[in-house]
Design a protein around this ligand. Structure first.
Ligand SMILES: [Zn+2]
Length: 241
């Protein structure tokens, strides 16, 4: 096999390994990001509970004020009652007292309903806070673990990068350029095997004449469909024969 081809195969395997490290790091950082998102969602919900509680507290003050006023009006009516002369005036005062009593009953019912809602919100916020506490602890552990894992991955990556740096200068600049473009366009794979006359990158058939040249390996061959650099891979028995 042409030396350039074997170097390209080696380079591809190194780069795939490096990509694998990067993917590993990305996955681990993604895990942490998801945990952070979950905590932040819960903190938002806690904030919403607090906002609702504040609004209810305000409503509560308004109702309490109305209640105090109604009580004062009853007292007032009761005081007037002693001074009225006619039965008509008496009846009117009685009605006023009755109306205010109804209002008080209504206000008290509202206050109970608000209290129940506030308690429910408080419970909800407490549950969320407990969950948050647990998740934050898990997050701290996860961040440490990921930091350590990333360190290990990076040191493995460094070793592999050294190998790459010693290999890449041996390749012609034009070949390297082509290789780099293919890697960026073809999801990281620039050099692929050709097996049983089929490109293992795009799985399209290679014309027999060209496949023969790939088998000989005297010069660089490119897949006519995906343009990847091809090398000959031993044919395997098809299992469905
Ligand atoms: Zn192809």
């Amino acid at each position: 096999m042409n030396e350039e081809i074997s170097k390209l195969i080696h380079l591809q395997s190194i780069d795939s390994e490096i990509d694998g490290f990067d993917k590993e790091i990305e996955d681990k950082q993604q895990e942490v990001a998801e945990m952070e998102q979950s905590i932040s969602n819960k903190e938002n919900s806690i904030g919403q509970c607090q906002e609702k509680t504040d609004a209810l507290d305000q409503q509560n003050s308004g109702i309490e004020e109305s209640l105090t006023d109604a009580k004062a009006r009853i007292k007032d009516s009761q005081n007037k009652m002693m001074k009225v002369q006619t039965s008509r005036e008496h009846q009117a005062l009685l009605k006023e007292i009755e109306d205010n009593k109804k209002l008080i009953k209504n206000n008290e019912d509202q206050l109970i309903a608000i209290m129940e809602q506030v308690e429910e919100l408080k419970k909800e916020a407490e549950e969320l806070e407990n969950l948050c506490k647990g998740e934050k602890k898990l997050l701290t552990d996860a961040v440490k673990k990921v930091e350590n894992a990333v360190k290990k991955i990076n040191s493995r990556k460094k070793t592999v990068l050294k190998k790459r740096n010693s290999l890449a200068p041996d390749l012609r600049p034009a070949t390297m350029k082509r290789y780099d473009i293919l890697r960026s366009k073809r999801n990281g794979s620039a050099v692929v095997g050709a097996k049983n006359g089929v490109c293992q990158g795009c799985f399209m058939t290679i014309p027999p004449q060209q496949f023969n040249e790939v088998r000989k390996g005297d010069k660089l061959n490119f897949c006519p469909t995906c343009q990847r650099i091809l090398y000959f891979e031993e044919e395997t028995e098809t299992s469905d024969a």
